[in-house]
Design a protein around this ligand. Structure first.
Ligand code: NAD
Ligand code: MG
Length: 380
């Protein structure tokens, strides 16, 4: 039996993780559920899964959750610091980080220090501080199990391999604006950007997918998860999202992992690795997809992907800058305060202007995140 904490249980990944747990009650137990502010869904989940602890990060919602669960044995806590307390419960084996953004960093570090394996959905943590997080995981003998579909694909392709990787190809759907020109993009609305062709996900990652920042963040995430040089990471647009990513070895052989786009599979694999368990997830049929196609990513139009490669090449705190700037511009785009193309402009200016730190320690990342948010807000 694996005892699991889900940070962000009310979100897209969190609810799918609970579906996986519900389908396998003899293998998995949800012990901790947390949400930012969706009290009603958190309460509903708590009553169904009977975890030991729930955390509502938004403290104003605490009385509502506390009252609804008063007749149960479930402990209720509130506030962001409580996330760090929640991940250290002794019975936990795995912490699934399914919350959004920089907010994932602190609880992920707390969980690693408490020697809990991390099922990593929260890619922003790796983008911000991949160097420190991977070193800390090694030091504590903790596994980081990728949940992001591309990274799960690479991880699955590497099972049983001793030989070095020559390179990897991360596949990208291209998002809802694939093939569009800059002129087309100047006036797209957030509602259009939220219509992803293949995946239903939270708002932030859906906008990131439309702007190709998601793929940029994934390039950085891959660097740290698989210990690769920038030149070893390539991106290929594959609009059908059937091949989830590819590893190329030194003899030229390539291994790909494929299947229908369904996040339940990588979530479940992170929970069961190195084993697989029987599932009733829908099966892929080749004849439904007589053509799988591939094309080059358009980094002239979608500059975020190029900016992410720049950040990785520059190193230091540059990926932390790009992440913070991106979180601010995505929130601003969702509120119609800026247009689609302005997102990349503002990110680039933050990369030029926020103080560069060559060899950051953890405090530098918190400071960089803060400074970048202030500067990005000024630009907006
Ligand atoms: P979502 O917006 O649907 O859900 C986010 C969850 O985290 C919610 O439960 C929310 O209450 C909680 N949360 C949000 N901000 C928080 C904060 N500041 N503090 C505490 N809790 C907070 O997001 P999602 O689509 O499930 O994505 C979650 C993470 O997984 C992201 O890092 C995303 O990049 C990654 N991811 C998602 C998918 C996907 O298919 N949705 C795929 C790959 C990776
Ligand atoms: Mg992905």
């Amino acid at each position: 039996m694996k005892h699991i904490a889900i940070l962000g249980s009310t979100g897209s990944i969190g609810t799918q993780a609970l579906d996986v747990i519900k389908a396998n009650p003899t293998l998995f137990k949800a012990e901790v559920l947390t949400a930012q502010s969706n009290a009603s869904l958190l309460i509903e989940q708590a009553l169904l899964f009977q975890p030991q602890l729930v955390v509502i990060a938004d403290e104003s919602k605490y009385p509502e959750v506390k009252k609804a669960l008063a007749h149960t044995n479930i402990e209720v806590k509130a506030g962001h610091d409580a996330l760090c307390e929640a991940v250290v419960l002794p019975q936990l084996n795995i912490v699934l980080t399914a919350l959004v953004g920089f907010a994932g960093l602190k609880p992920t570090i707390a969980a690693i220090k408490a020697k809990k394996d991390i099922a990593l959905a929260n890619k922003e943590t790796m983008v911000v501080a991949g160097d420190l997080v991977t070193a800390l995981a090694k030091e504590n003998d903790v596994k980081i199990l990728p949940v992001d579909s591309e990274h799960s694909a690479i991880f699955q392709c590497l099972v049983g391999e001793q030989s070095p990787i020559e390179k990897i190809y991360l596949t990208a759907s291209g998002g809802p604006f694939r093939g569009k020109s800059k002129a087309d993009l100047a006036h797209v609305s957030f509602k259009e950007a939220l219509k992803h062709p293949n995946w239903v996900m939270g708002a932030k990652i859906t906008i990131d997918s439309a702007s190709l920042m998601n793929k940029g963040l994934e390039v950085i995430e891959a660097k740290w998860l698989f210990n690769l040089a920038v030149e070893q990471i390539d991106v290929i647009v594959h609009p059908q999202s059937i091949i989830h990513s590819i590893v190329q070895f030194e003899d030229g052989s390539m291994k790909a992992q494929m299947g229908l786009p369904d996040m339940k599979l990588p979530i479940q694999y992170a929970f069961t690795h190195p084993d697989r368990i029987i599932s009733d997830f829908p099966r892929f049929n080749f004849l439904d997809y007589p053509q799988l196609s591939f094309e080059q990513a358009d980094t002239q139009t979608f500059r975020n992907l190029a900016l992410a490669y720049d950040a990785l090449r520059k190193g230091g705190n540059m990926s932390c800058i790009i992440n913070a700037a991106n979180e601010v511009v995505v929130a601003a785009f969702l509120k119609e305060r800026i247009g689609f193309l302005q997102m990349s402009d503002i990110i680039e200016r933050c990369m030029d202007r926020v103080s560069f730190v060559e060899n950051p320690i953890l405090d530098d990342y918190f400071e960089t995140d803060k400074q970048t948010r202030i500067f990005a807000e000024e630009l907006i």
